[in-house]
Write a protein that binds this ligand. Structure first.
Ligand code: NDP
Length: 293
């Protein structure tokens, strides 16, 4: 069994990006600039944005955070987004979710210029990805694809079972893996809460991607010998054995599933670590005008 190590891969990709930024600087080019909009004071969002800022600095990007109180009106936020859309100094930006209830997240996503939508949530980017056109791909599916590529995992003709059909994980990854060419060409089955006989289906998977949000849902008897298992789930569970009083569990019962796998991601330390890297990759593409010219 080989561990798909998100830490090693994320450091590798960051080093490659940092090298490219160095070259851009040396040639007198513009350093990529990522802006994050943060509304309110949600602890999780503060942490995510701080991590993003740290990673930007690590690779040599410029990073700016625009903070607004959670009393900001929807129209004022849309106005600020429009300013960023038209600011040539900003290559890409993200609006950290969740937003306060009085603001429509969908309206916000659709207000972002697709050319600067480095989160890859705009319907134009989602649509372009779906038909295999160049697009900003959102962080989690892109992170999974990065792991498959870096570990040179064969996908052509494989049966890939995806557990979960959310718009941010299950749906896009099932789509990407069925596209023509590497790392696609899979035969993909998508399962969700209405699917019957999930264990019967997962036992036929060469590649099993689990994004349910159900701690340790996948057990050894649900996995084929030699399968590649990618666990996206992050579940914060109360624990009496840790100092903090909680622990992180994936959607896969790692200890009993791992010995059956050819490759498996740990939680934490797997897919999650690659999500910020995907944002950095997209920002570099935005600065280089790689997607839309
Ligand atoms: P959602 O809650 O949006 O979607 C969960 C999906 O799983 C749904 O399609 C749902 O089916 C399906 N599902 C839930 N329970 C069952 C069940 N018992 N049997 C079959 N299907 C089920 O979750 P997300 O996709 O946003 O996230 C999934 C997990 O991944 C979470 O643990 C989340 O924290 C984690 N995550 C991790 C990231 C990372 O960076 N590593 C990034 C994003 C998410 P239905 O559609 O029918 O309701």
């Amino acid at each position: 069994m080989i561990l798909l190590d998100g830490k090693i891969i994320s450091e590798q990709v960051k080093a490659e990006i940092a090298l490219e930024v160095e070259n851009i600087k040396r040639q007198g080019g513009k350093v990529p600039h990522l802006v994050a909009i943060l509304v309110g004071h949600d602890g999780g969002s503060e942490t995510y944005v701080a991590n993003k800022e740290r990673s930007c600095i690590q690779v040599g990007f410029r990073s700016t955070v625009f903070r607004f109180e959670d009393t900001i009106t929807e129209s004022k936020l849309l106005y600020e987004i429009n300013l960023l859309n038209n600011n040539p100094d900003v290559d890409g930006f993200i609006v950290q979710m969740p937003l306060p209830k009085h603001i429509s997240e969908q309206k916000v996503i659709e207000a972002i210029d697709p050319k600067k939508d480095v989160d890859g949530f705009h319907p134009l980017n989602v649509g372009r990805m779906t038909i295999g056109m160049p697009a900003y791909i959102s962080a989690t599916p892109d992170g999974i694809v990065e792991l498959l590529r870096r570990y040179k995992i064969e996908t052509s003709g494989k049966h890939c079972v995806v557990l979960g059909r959310s718009n941010i994980v299950g749906r896009p990854i099932s789509n990407l893996l069925s596209l023509k060419g590497y790392p696609g060409d899979c035969t993909v089955t998508v399962c969700h809460s209405r699917t019957k006989n999930i264990p019967e289906i997962t036992r036929t998977a060469d590649i099993l991607i689990v994004a349910l949000g159900q701690a340790e849902f996948v057990t050894a008897n649900m996995v084929k010998e030699g399968a590649v298992v990618i666990d996206v789930g992050i579940n914060r569970i109360k624990s009496e054995t840790t100092k903090s009083g909680w622990k992180l569990l994936g959607d896969v019962k790692f200890d009993e599933v791992a010995p059956k796998c050819s490759y498996i991601t740990p939680v934490p330390g797997g897919v999650g670590l690659l999500t910020i890297v995907s944002l950095l990759k997209n920002t570099l593409k935005a600065a280089k005008k790689e997607i839309y010219g």
